[in-house]
Design a protein around this ligand. Structure first.
Ligand code: PLP
Length: 389
């Protein structure tokens, strides 16, 4: 991967030349191509969508629907199955509130709070699937997923360990038991080829800001027949075919779920992010992340008192230190221009399982280099000198 050339596309690295940004699982930086697409939309095409009859309104509506089509193609979906939302969190809330379904829910204990809490509000009976060596324990899942299970939720890539989960096996298991499968693709769509049709998941979601796009835009994917059956949890302008004092007729999906003025510029920006990501070979980003993590895990393991939770083939490195709290380590890293996340990563039940209050998490992306890895390791050694007294 030509990281030097890639970094040149990111204005933030021209400003902060010494920054080792390793918090990409939280959010990624934005290339000029995305920033320019948003700016161009506002300076040349801005209007509301699906409403005005003038040329500018037609241009804006066209840009919005082209963005949807482009993003849908990128994730192996059709445009009418691709609902724009604010991000993953909104997508799961929309789904959990709109899906009229009863039964038990199977939820891996490593699920992000955004993947857990909306379901926990709406489902009374949750079966937590345990995790073994950073992955969902399939044997345990086989015991827990039964004909009583209505929905199985699966994170594609863990935001704590950076491990790819056995999605295909879980889809098979869920469908054998007539349960729906919901894929949290927040950490996979940015880094690996993902085709929702091929995976045969019933619903899926991801956030644009974790894949070079703007904040406030993401996608809920749903199989057409399932979206058709669902009642929208928000209603308002733009999503109705007709309204009389007696009756309301909703538009079909995806508009049915997009009440009010949507994030048009966000969709245009996310479409530009997708175009940017298309320059990479299918497994190139994943391999690049794995390569950097391999080095990171190996070097961290040589430091006494450091415990690495992520396996060596992961795309994210989570670790703890016997000699300091994760926040203290992160502060020393910060003083050395290394930005990482420290905390529970919105996965408190998983932290509880490990008997810890958090980890330090380094998550590389397309613009990170060996230099970032070396700097991080050096700073961890410095933290050990400071705190290990
Ligand atoms: C696996 C996973 N799911 C869901 C989310 C929630 O995404 P957002 O905050 O963009 O809604 C995140 C964000 O960290 C995540 O890592």
């Amino acid at each position: 991967m030509e990281t030097g050339k890639i970094r040149d596309d990111f204005p933030i690295f021209q400003e902060r030349t010494e920054l080792s940004y390793l918090d990409n699982a939280a959010t990624t930086q934005k290339p000029a191509q995305v920033i320019e697409a948003v700016e161009k939309f506002y300076s040349q095409n801005n209007s509301n969508v699906g409403r005005g009859l003038y040329d500018l309104a037609a241009d804006s509506t066209k840009a919005y629907s082209q963005a949807r089509k482009n993003i849908a193609e990128f994730i192996g979906a059709d445009a009418d199955e691709t609902v724009f939302v604010r991000g993953c969190t909104e997508a799961v809330n929309l789904l959990a509130s709109s899906l009229d379904i009863e039964g038990r829910m199977a939820l891996p204990e490593l699920a992000h709070h955004s993947e857990q809490l909306p379901w926990r509000e709406n489902f009374e009976e949750i079966d937590f699937i345990p995790v073994k060596d950073g992955k969902i324990d399939i044997d345990a899942a086989e015991e827990l997923i039964t004909q009583k299970t209505a929905v199985v939720s699966v994170p594609h890539v863990s935001n704590v360990y950076g491990t790819v989960q056995p999605v295909e096996q879980l889809v098979e298991l869920a469908h054998e038991n007539d349960a729906l499968v919901v894929l949290d693709a927040a950490q996979s769509v940015p880094s690996m080829p993902v085709d929702f049709h091929e995976l045969d998941v019933d619903f899926a979601m991801f956030s644009g800001h974790k894949m070079l796009g703007p904040t406030g835009i993401g996608v809920l994917y749903g199989k057409r027949n399932l979206l058709e059956e669902m009642t929208p949890y928000q209603v308002g302008g733009g999503m109705v075919d007709s309204v009389t004092k007696q009756e309301v007729e909703y538009k079909p999906a995806p508009e049915k779920f997009e009440a009010g003025t949507p994030n048009i510029a966000g969709a245009v920006g996310l479409s530009a992010a997708v175009d940017y990501l298309r320059q990479f070979e299918p497994e190139e980003i994943l391999e690049h992340e794995r390569e950097l993590n391999r080095h990171l895990v190996k070097q961290l393991r040589t430091i006494e008192g450091i415990k690495v939770l992520s396996p060596v083939e992961a795309t994210i490195t989570s670790f703890t230190a016997e000699f300091a709290h994760p926040h203290d380590i992160a502060e020393v890293l910060n003083q050395n221009n290394v930005a990482v996340r420290a905390g529970n990563h919105c996965a408190q039940p998983l932290m509880e399982k490990h008997g810890i209050n958090g980890t330090v998490r380094a998550s590389p992306y397309i613009y990170n280099t060996e230099k970032d890895v070396r700097r991080l390791v050096r700073a961890v050694k410095e933290a050990k000198r400071v705190f290990d007294v």
